[in-house]
Design a protein around this ligand. Structure first.
Ligand SMILES: [Zn+2]
Length: 138
């Protein structure tokens, strides 16, 4: 990849490994729990524990710093899904409060468990695509 030096105007080869990392493709693969580099190896070795290296292509996957960000995204998504659903269900049906006190927490837990791994995979894949944190060259 060529770049132009802003000070001297020289055109030089960019010092990097030269491979493009399209974020959209990487995020899609991360959502599926697949390696963002090759798309065939598994990103996770257990439910929320990412593999240190891709078992298929050997790409280092331990450079992420996802931290609590996937949980924040899941909370944001669930708030936007569940609150309107609760309002609409209460508007349409007359469900006793006891049943609602069981229904909504159970639905919240099921959706949170279903979403957390794909969201964490997407966050790791985005960091990989943008060469953030431990994915930075050098
Ligand atoms: Zn791979």
């Amino acid at each position: 990849m060529l770049y132009t030096n802003g000070m001297t105007g020289e055109r030089n080869e960019k010092v990097d490994d030269g491979t493009d990392r399209p974020a959209r493709r990487a995020i899609g693969l991360g959502l599926q729990g697949k390696c963002p580099a090759c798309g065939s190896g598994r990103l996770f070795r257990s439910f929320l524990k990412p593999a240190d290296r891709c078992p298929s292509c050997g790409e280092a996957l331990d450079g992420h710093q996802a931290d609590d960000f996937p949980a924040y995204i899941v909370i944001l998504l669930l708030g936007h899904i569940l609150v309107p659903t609760m309002i609409e269900v209460n508007h349409l049906f007359d469900i006793p409060l006891l049943w609602q006190s069981i229904l909504w927490p159970v639905l919240t837990i099921l959706l949170a468990v279903a979403l957390i791994q794909p969201v964490k995979g997407a966050v790791i894949a985005f960091q990989w695509a943008r060469r953030m944190h431990g994915f930075a060259p050098g």
